[in-house]
Design a protein around this ligand. Structure first.
Ligand code: FES
Length: 181
């Protein structure tokens, strides 16, 4: 994988008036997490989990609020959050399509699945469609190598998947608007 240089210094941070780390969440963090650790810094992961659990992702504004709360530099919190794939620093769509990219699925042409999603939804890996419906990602082994190529659509695992089937599943997911979250 190539390193991509991001122009972070010139990035604009979207802000809203209401904090993400609300007083209620601060209280929860202070009561539940801070007493468990010797330093405030050590509570970074659980507090980030709390934010993601509450909002489904971690906005940059929340990173700053967590940093202020834990008396850390925002960059330190961002470093931690961006290190873990499980943390979402971009808003996620209503549906997540996660194509397995590990070896068994790679042999079984996982790329055809990813490419179909790219074409159909006009997004790249890691992106979300403009209508907020779908996010496309690739993950490591889903533990379904015997059914390669495999992909998860939301929580559901699909094995021996063909691009045409995936196409249909995406259409179905789009129709089932009420079924998640
Ligand atoms: S390699 Fe894809 S499920 Fe294991």
């Amino acid at each position: 994988m190539a390193w991509i240089t991001k122009d972070s210094a010139n990035a604009t941070i979207e802000r809203r008036a209401e904090p993400y780390l609300t007083d209620a969440l601060k209280k929860q963090a202070a009561d539940t997490y801070l007493p468990r650790y010797e330093t405030k810094k050590a509570a970074t992961l659980p507090v980030l989990h709390m934010i993601q659990h509450t909002y489904g992702w971690i906005p940059h504004q929340a990173i700053e609020e967590v940093a202020a709360f834990l008396e850390l530099a925002p960059g330190d919190v961002l470093d931690t959050a961006s290190f873990y794939e499980e943390f979402w620093l971009k808003q996620k769509g209503k549906h997540t399509i996660a194509v397995c990219r590990s070896i068994a699925c790679e042999f079984c042409d996982h790329k055809a699945l990813t490419d179909r999603c790219r074409d159909k939804l006009s997004i790249e890996i890691g992106d979300t469609t403009d209508d907020g419906e779908f996010t496309l990602i690739e993950l490591e082994c889903l533990g379904a190598c015997g059914g390669a190529p495999a992909a998860l659509i939301d929580e559901k695992l699909h094995e021996f998947l063909t691009p045409d089937q995936l196409d249909k599943l995406i259409d179905e997911a789009r129709r089932n608007k009420g079924h998640h979250h």
